[in-house]
Design a protein around this ligand. Structure first.
Ligand code: CAO
Length: 458
């Protein structure tokens, strides 16, 4: 017969009067034994109150902000039979095994935190994580929440992390007890969880390859006391650098990059650009907008470049829209806002939009929507200098064009050397999706188009 019992805070060591920072269940939720009911956070540690038995939550006795200690009643739980505290009888009332594996409810990280710190999730296709880490689905975390027994809550033993980080760890199935915290007082950050997952994946990969090159069997990062060698200063990385760094590292490690180099004769294009610039003095018209138009034409001619691998990694999603990401250098680091529907816009309109979006980027006013939905990116260092570089693909896109500074060089026209303005191009592409021959065709097409803009009319 069903019985309603009190779920109380267990012995939590020396902690009393600890604030409740998060409720992990709601009335009506089914819980399994040891599932977290609420999170408490003292100045020394964060801990979850585990369900002492399985059943259905009938009433919550606490709310966020309450301060509680050992013995406080957290919830009233209806169990199927009396005497189920030991968990054996409770199994009769526990959800079916599949439900038990996916607890009824765990809160998602607060949206601010999610948007704030979480770089776009790796495409599962591109990610060995898909093979080893469970894929979270809405409302059903793929792993049981991390709960800590009373014997694990002494200071120094309890993982110290914010609710958002704890929710993030739960989603990834990470036991925070195994993660070393890098922040003040050993607090675990989102980056620590990501680093832990990366390391675990590298280990799993190495194991699956028999330790013979099957995974990223990397050496630990060198720890050097630089101060031993001379005066040093330390400065924290900006938030943008941390986010873009994590994305760049993932893309560099997971995408088989090849870079195809080419050059375009932009002598005629440059003459036209100057003419146009003279007619539109209110806006800066640079070679970049010509590149955008030429890229759109190339994407139309080679649709596999305007595509992404789907989540299974087995299908290519081909796009019939032309949104181009532009790498913008800001004082805080690199960002890639997206210019939409570039196929339907002219050079002057694109120049205005480019000026507006790069100003917005430099003023730190870009929202996540400004950077979403890109098909293909262009990274132009032409205004700065250099002859060539190998850009990193902006996943889940499959290619990126790097542009360096144009220079006038003698070019043999069959009978004589002619001074021509040459623009260096570098196309990095995902070799899983694009073959080298197609990449060479793509850059040749680009070069021909930039060399003779009439081709944009074809
Ligand atoms: N060759 C020669 N000159 C070039 C050129 C090229 N390929 N591209 C631009 N220029 C010229 C422009 O015409 C302009 O000349 P004027 O000052 O005489 O008018 C000057 O260089 C400066 O251009 P710009 O940089 O202001 O404008 P842009 O449209 O070329 O680029 C933007 C805009 C936002 C992309 C750019 O400012 C920027 O941030 N670039 C850096 C991108 C980056 O960091 N990429 C690296 C990613 S990997 O870490």
């Amino acid at each position: 017969m069903a019985q309603i019992k009190e779920a109380k805070v267990p012995d939590i060591g020396d902690f009393t009067d600890v604030p409740v920072i998060e409720l992990l269940v709601a009335v009506g939720d089914k819980v399994v034994k040891d599932q977290g009911l609420a999170t408490l956070e003292s100045d020394k540690a964060t801990m979850e109150v585990p369900a002492p038995f399985a059943g259905t939550v009938r009433e919550l006795k606490i709310k966020v902000g309450d301060r509680i200690g050992e013995g406080a009643v957290v919830a009233m739980i209806e169990v199927a039979e009396a005497g189920s505290d030991d968990g054996k009888a409770a199994s009769a009332a526990a959800p079916a095994p599949d439900q038990a594996a996916a607890p009824a409810k765990a809160p998602a990280p607060p949206p601010a935190a999610a948007a704030d710190a979480l770089p776009p999730a790796p495409a599962r296709a591109a990610s060995p994580a898909a093979a080893t880490a469970p894929a979270p689905s809405a409302g059903t975390p793929a792993s049981p929440p991390v709960a800590f027994g009373a014997d694990a809550v002494a200071p120094g033993k309890v993982p110290h992390a914010s609710p958002a980080v704890r929710a993030f760890a739960r989603e990834l199935g990470v036991d925070l007890g195994q993660v070393a915290g890098s922040a003040r007082a050993g607090r675990i950050t989102r980056e620590d969880v990501q680093a832990f997952v990366k390391q675990a994946l590298a280990g799993a990969g190495a194991r699956s390859g028999g330790g013979s090159g099957g995974g990223l069997d990397l050496l630990p990062w060198p720890k050097v006391d630089f101060a031993k060698y001379g005066p040093v200063r330390s400065e924290p990385l900006s938030r943008i650098k941390k986010i873009s760094g994590a994305n760049l590292a993932r893309n560099w490690a997971m995408i088989p990059h090849v870079t195809q180099f080419d050059e375009a004769d932009i002598t005629l294009m440059e003459a036209f650009r100057k003419e146009l610039a003279g007619e539109h003095k209110d806006v800066k018209i640079t070679p970049l907008v010509f590149l955008i138009k030429a890229v759109v034409a190339a994407l139309k001619a080679f649709p596999r470049f305007n595509a992404s691998l789907d989540a299974s990694g087995e299908n290519l999603v081909l796009k019939d829209y032309f949104h181009i990401g532009i790498a913008v250098d800001t004082p805080d680091g690199l960002v890639v806002p997206v210019l939409r529907d570039c196929d339907g816009k002219g050079l002057v309109e694109l120049s205005r939009e480019l000026a507006a979006i790069s100003a917005k980027a430099r003023d730190r006013k870009l929202g996540p929507g400004d950077m979403a939905g890109g098909c293909f990116s262009i990274s132009s260092l032409g205004g700065i200098g250099g002859t060539a570089f190998t850009p990193i693909i902006n996943a889940p896109e499959v290619a990126i064009l790097g542009v360096s500074r144009s220079s006038t060089r003698p070019v043999w026209d069959g009978t004589a050397f002619e001074p021509r303005l040459m623009l260096p191009l570098a196309l990095s592409y995902d070799h899983r999706v694009i073959d080298g021959a197609d990449a060479a065709r793509f850059t040749s097409f680009l070069a021909r188009t930039l060399g003779d803009l009439r081709r944009l009319l074809l």
